[in-house]
Design a protein around this ligand. Structure first.
Ligand code: NDP
Length: 263
C-alpha cells in the first residue's frame, strides 16, 4: 500500500526517544521530511545523529524546544515551514505520565499535569493549523493513553487529563474538518524511556530487565503477554497520518495488546 507520504512533511513532538523517535524513523522510511523537537538537547542530538546516519541530513530538522513554551515552539514552527515549505501531518506525542493518587497530588501537580496534557495539543495545533489546512491532506494524530477511558487510581490526574484531551480531540476533529483529520492512538504499556526509568528504580535491583518486564505484563494481565514496542505504536501513527486513512477522523486506535476492558 502506498501511504503517499513521499516528499511530504511531518512534525513529531517528543521525537528524541520512544514512540516519537520510532515514528520519526518510520516517516523517514516512507520518504517524508521529518521535523522533531524535545526539551533535552543531548538526547535530541543523539537521536538526530542516528537518523542522519541512515537517511542523510536533507530531510531532517531537530530542535530542542518545549511544546509548553508557546513563543519558542512558534519559532520552531516558522523554521520548519521555512525549511520544508509546508506541513502535512502533526504528531502530538510529547509528554509523560504522572504517578500519584488523589491524596498525594498537590494543587501544583494538578496544574502542571493539566497544562502538559492540554497545551501539548493546543500550542502545536495552533502553530501548524494554517499549514495543515493548506496541505490538501492535513492530519493530526495525538498519542494518548488508555487511561482516558480506563482510569487508574494511582494515576489520578493523568487519567483525568487524558479523558479531557480525548474530548478536545473530538471537538477538533469537527472544527478542523474537512481540511484536517484529527485522530489519536491510545497506548496501554509500551516499552520506552518511561518504563525504563521505572525499571531502573525497581525494588529488587537483582531482577533482570527481561524478568521485570515479563512480570509487569503478567501483573497487568496483557492478553498478548508482553509490553508493546515503540515501533508498534509508531506504525499506527504513520497509518493515521497518511492519506491511507483518508476517511478516518475523530477516531482512536488502541495499541495495548488487548489490555482494555471497555467495549
Ligand atoms: P519517552 O519518555 O521515551 O518519550 C517522551 C518524549 O517526549 C521524549 O522525546 C521527551 O524528551 C519528550 N518530551 C517530554 N516533555 C516534552 C515537552 N514539554 N516538550 C517537548 N518534548 C517533550 O516516552 P514514550 O515514547 O512512552 O512517550 C510518548 C507519549 O506516549 C507520551 O505522551 C506518553 O505520555 C504517552 N504514553 C506512553 C505510554 C507508555 O507505556 N510508554 C502509556 C501511555 C501514554 P525530553 O524529556 O527531552 O523533552
Amino acid at each position: 500500500m502506498d501511504l503517499r507520504l513521499n516528499g511530504k512533511t511531518v512534525v513529531v513532538t517528543g521525537g528524541s526517544s520512544g514512540i516519537g523517535l520510532a515514528a520519526a524513523r518510520l516517516f523517514l522510511e516512507e520518504g517524508a521530511n521529518v521535523a522533531f523537537c524535545a526539551r533535552g538537547a543531548e538526547r535530541l542530538e543523539a537521536a538526530k545523529i542516528g537518523l542522519v546516519a541512515d537517511f542523510g541530513e536533507e530531510r531532517i530538522l531537530a530542535e530542542a524546544v518545549s511544546v509548553l513554551d508557546e513563543a519558542a515552539f512558534g519559532g520552531f514552527a516558522e523554521r520548519v515551514l521555512a525549511r520544508f515549505g509546508g506541513v502535512d501531518a502533526l504528531i502530538n506525542n510529547a509528554g509523560q505520565g504522572r504517578v500519584s493518587t488523589f491524596a498525594s497530588t498537590t494543587d501544583e501537580a494538578w496544574r502542571e499535569e493539566l497544562e502538559l496534557k492540554y497545551f501539548s495539543q493546543i500550542y502545536p495545533v495552533r502553530a501548524f493549523r494554517a499549514a495543515l489546512e493548506a496541505s490538501g491532506q492535513g492530519a493530526i494524530v495525538a498519542v494518548n493513553s488508555l487511561l482516558a477511558f480506563q482510569p487508574e487510581a494511582h494515576m489520578v490526574c493523568t487519567s483525568s487529563a487524558r479523558a479531557g484531551v480525548q474530548s478536545l480531540l473530538k471537538s477538533l476533529s469537527v472544527e478542523l474538518a474537512p481540511a484536517i483529520r484529527v485522530n489519536s492512538i491510545l497506548i496501554g504499556l509500551v516499552d520506552s524511556n518511561q518504563w525504563q526509568r521505572r525499571f531502573e528504580n525497581r525494588d529488587d535491583q537483582s531482577q533482570s530487565r527481561e524478568a521485570w518486564f515479563a512480570d509487569l505484563a503478567s501483573k497487568k494481565n496483557i492478553p498478548l503477554g508482553r509490553l508493546g514496542q515503540a515501533e508498534e505504536a509508531a506504525r499506527a501513527l504513520v497509518f493515521l497520518a497518511s492519506p491511507a486513512a483518508s476517511y478516518i477522523t475523530g477516531a482512536y486506535l488502541e495499541i495495548s495488546g488487548g489490555v482494555s476492558r471497555f467495549v
